[in-house]
Design a protein. Structure first.
Length: 204
C-alpha cells in the first residue's frame, strides 16, 4: 500500500477521484503562491469553483489537504525510486552506483512537475501533524533499498545498511529544498556532488 492509499477518504469512483485530484492541484498551486500559513479552504474553494461543503466531503481541513498533497508527492517520488531499483539492481553494485545521477534527476523532475512541491516539502518538515507522512514514506523506501543493498554488502549488518540508507534518503530530501533556494550552485553541479556523496555512503 502506498502512502497515498493509506489516507482516509481517498475516493474510489472515477468522477470523485478526478474532483479530489483537481482540489489537490488547485491547493498545490495556491500553496506555491501564498505559503502554508495563508492558504485556507475558502481560498481553495474559490479557486476551484466549489463550495466549502463540497470540499469537506473530501478533506477535514486545510491540514487534511496538506497531508494528501504530501502523500501524493511522496508516492510519486517513491515510484521513481522503485522503478530505478528494478532497472539497475540486477546489475549489482556497479549498476546502482553508476546511475545515482539518473535517480536524483528523475526525482527532481517529479518534484518540479508537482504544483507547490517545495512548499509541500516544507510543510512535511515544519507542521507536526504532517511529519508522519514524511517518516512513513522515508522508512518505506529505506526498507526497500536495504533489501536491495544487503546482499551486495554481506559483511555489514542489515541495521547498519538500513541506517546508511535512511541517512541518504534524508539527504536527498534536503537536497530538493536546497536546490529550489540556492542559486549560487548550478543544478547540474549540485546533482553531481550529491551523487558523489551518496556513492561514498556505501563504500566500505
Amino acid at each position: 500500500m502506498t502512502v497515498m492509499e493509506g489516507l482516509r477518504l481517498v475516493p474510489r469512483q472515477e468522477r470523485a477521484r478526478q474532483t479530489y485530484e483537481r482540489l489537490l492541484d488547485v491547493a498545490g498551486e495556491l500553496l506555491g503562491e501564498v505559503g502554508i500559513e495563508r492558504i485556507s479552504t475558502n481560498m481553495i474553494c474559490a479557486r476551484a469553483g466549489m463550495t466549502p461543503p463540497a470540499l469537506y466531503r473530501y478533506f477535514k481541513d486545510k491540514y487534511g489537504i496538506l497531508e494528501a498533497l504530501g502523500a501524493r508527492l511522496m508516492t510519486r517520488q517513491n515510484e521513481v525510486l522503485f522503478a530505478w531499483l528494478d532497472r539497475h539492481a540486477p546489475n549489482g553494485w556497479a549498476g546502482l552506483s553508476e546511475n545515482i545521477e539518473e535517480l536524483i534527476l528523475a526525482n527532481a523532475q517529479v518534484t518540479a512537475s508537482e504544483p507547490g512541491a517545495i512548499w509541500i516539502l516544507r510543510a512535511l518538515r515544519a507542521v507536526p501533524q504532517l511529519a508522519h507522512v514524511r517518516l512513513e514514506s522515508h522508512r518505506l523506501v529505506s526498507d526497500r533499498m536495504a533489501d536491495v543493498y544487503a546482499p551486495l554488502m554481506p559483511h555489514l549488518p542489515r541495521d547498519v545498511i538500513w541506517r546508511r540508507v535512511r541517512l541518504s534518503v534524508e539527504f536527498g530530501f534536503s537536497l530538493e529544498e536546497m536546490m529550489a533556494e540556492e542559486d549560487r550552485i548550478p543544478p547540474e553541479a549540485a546533482l553531481a556532488e550529491a551523487a558523489r556523496w551518496l556513492r561514498r555512503v556505501f563504500e566500505d
